[in-house]
Design a protein around this ligand. Structure first.
Ligand SMILES: [Zn+2]
Length: 474
């Protein structure tokens, strides 16, 4: 018996799922199939057919990647996965892909459900002929409701973000303030915690890591509530999960860098409460702005990453998560070296900039409209991101000749403004529907699909190559 084949075909300008050599049992899983050219049956790219595709080809179902070096891509338009696949193909199986990767915040801003995000990646894998394993990252989850939606959609990596529960603490808070921590949820009390940490010694290659009483008080005051919430979200996830899942713990979107002592406290407490994870994303030193190169002291960054990685090796092992990791070409080798390959990179958002590059080349006026809308929106949207561009320092959309438009994407400030403006560009004012501009961009990209795919392959190839070398620790 021949095995069922799945491809994506364009029929009269419409992308459809083509099913060939399917058994009757398999055919029964699909919806609205009609006979078409070449003896195949054609069906719409619907949620129903995505689920059917994953059922007949189980490798399309996201699964945990464990401790393998991994990278997540993410895709705001639902069109980028074939280009991501092309880039990963060269580095498989050393580097594990997490094609679907979207924060709940972005999904809600773009009006895409977790299921749509996952299904677009499924169809993208079919289109590009990817047969290897895939992961899917439900990023920055903060509520049980978020977890339930992403579990139902079939995500495999759950990034539990406890950043909202991190408190601003100066020095060591008083005992009176520490007494207010949710001790029942922490299954602990202040005296027991102090006694435990007084004797805690974690052996690292560089020496013994301890936490003194003042550092403990600081860590408890700052992260105590976050630990309690992390344990609560984790337990909910594990109670509800009907398929294999894995967890990343993230505090990357907090104001101050996470110190090694704070890292040690957070993970010691989470482990005590039964939480298990494959990666931990601290707030790293220096500036990790979206879509642009790292800014800051690279040696200090590597020093701190090495210490985080040493703790992760001693207490896990688990990977160090690197969020906002797109376009940070200058630090990838260092990241690999100082984590020994125990790293998970997230590169969300940069695929959208690659898309705008295609638009800039082929549809100058459409690009100008997107740029103008992004500039207008920049001041309101920037609050939720780490960005530093000033709207005054970039060129006005109408002052740039057509041929120069693509070069705007090489400018740091313009990149940031375009990056942050995606919500305004792609969505209607009430956020409910695609905007006219968003529809036009999607259609233009569809018309230049091979270009977009080739550009993504090149851009992601640069991201992924440094992570494909075997790390010292693997
Ligand atoms: Zn993040």
């Amino acid at each position: 018996m021949r095995t069922c084949e799945l491809t994506i075909e364009s029929v009269q300008g419409r992308r459809l799922l083509a099913v060939t050599h399917a058994s009757d049992l398999e055919l029964g899983l699909f919806d609205q199939l009609t006979p078409g050219p070449g003896g195949a049956l054609y069906g719409p790219l619907s949620a129903h057919n995505a689920a059917a595709a994953r059922a007949v080809r189980p490798s399309l179902s996201p699964q945990p990647v464990g401790l393998a070096t991994s990278a997540g891509t993410g895709d705001r338009l639902g069109l980028a996965t074939p280009g991501h696949v092309d880039a990963f193909r060269e580095f498989a199986p050393t580097l594990r892909p997490i094609f679907a990767q979207q924060s709940i915040r972005e999904m809600d801003r773009l009006g895409r459900s977790p299921q749509q995000v996952l299904d677009d990646a499924t169809f993208g894998c079919i289109e590009a002929g990817w047969t290897g394993p895939v992961g899917a990252d439900a990023d920055h989850l903060k509520t049980v409701y978020d977890i339930d939606r992403c579990l139902a959609a079939g995500f495999s990596l759950f990034t539990i973000d406890v950043g909202d529960f991190v408190e601003a603490v100066d020095g060591a808070p008083s005992d009176a303030r520490l007494a207010e921590l949710p001790w029942a949820d922490l299954e602990d009390d202040l005296d027991s915690a102090r006694r435990r940490y007084a004797t805690l010694r974690v052996g690292l290659e560089s020496g013994v890591q301890t936490i003194d009483e003042a550092a403990l008080a600081h860590a408890m005051g700052k992260y105590g509530r976050a630990v309690a919430m992390g344990a609560r979200l984790y337990r909910h996830l594990m109670d509800q999960a009907m398929h294999p899942v894995e967890v990343e713990i993230a505090v990357d979107e907090t104001d101050e860098p996470t110190t090694p002592e704070e890292h040690l406290y957070i993970v010691t407490e989470l482990a005590r409460l039964g939480v298990r994870w494959v990666s931990f994303a601290p707030r790293h030193l220096g500036s990790f702005e979206k879509g642009v190169e790292f800014a800051g002291d690279r040696d200090a960054l590597y020093d701190s990453i090495a210490r985080h990685a040493a703790i992760a090796k001693a207490l896990g092992p688990y990977k160090i998560g690197m969020h906002s990791g797109s376009d940070k070409f200058s630090i990838y080798d260092g990241l690999m070296e100082h984590t020994g390959g125990m790293v998970h990179l997230k590169t969300s958002g940069t695929s959208y900039l690659v898309a705008l590059g295609v638009i800039a080349r082929h549809r100058p006026d459409l690009f100008r409209s997107a740029y103008r809308a992004s500039l207008d929106a920049y001041r309101t949207a920037r609050a939720s991101y780490q960005v530093s561009a000033e709207a005054g320092e970039v060129r006005a959309p109408d002052a740039v000749a057509d041929a120069e438009l693509p070069s705007l994407l090489e400018n740091r400030a313009t990149r940031q403004i375009l990056h942050v403006g995606y919500g305004t560009v792609l969505r209607s004012a009430d956020g409910r529907n695609a905007s006219d501009l968003g529809t036009e961009i999607t259609e233009a990209l569809a018309a230049h699909r091979p270009d977009y795919r080739a550009d993504l392959r090149a851009h992601f190839g640069r991201h992924l190559a440094p992570f494909s070398h075997q790390g010292a620790g693997s």
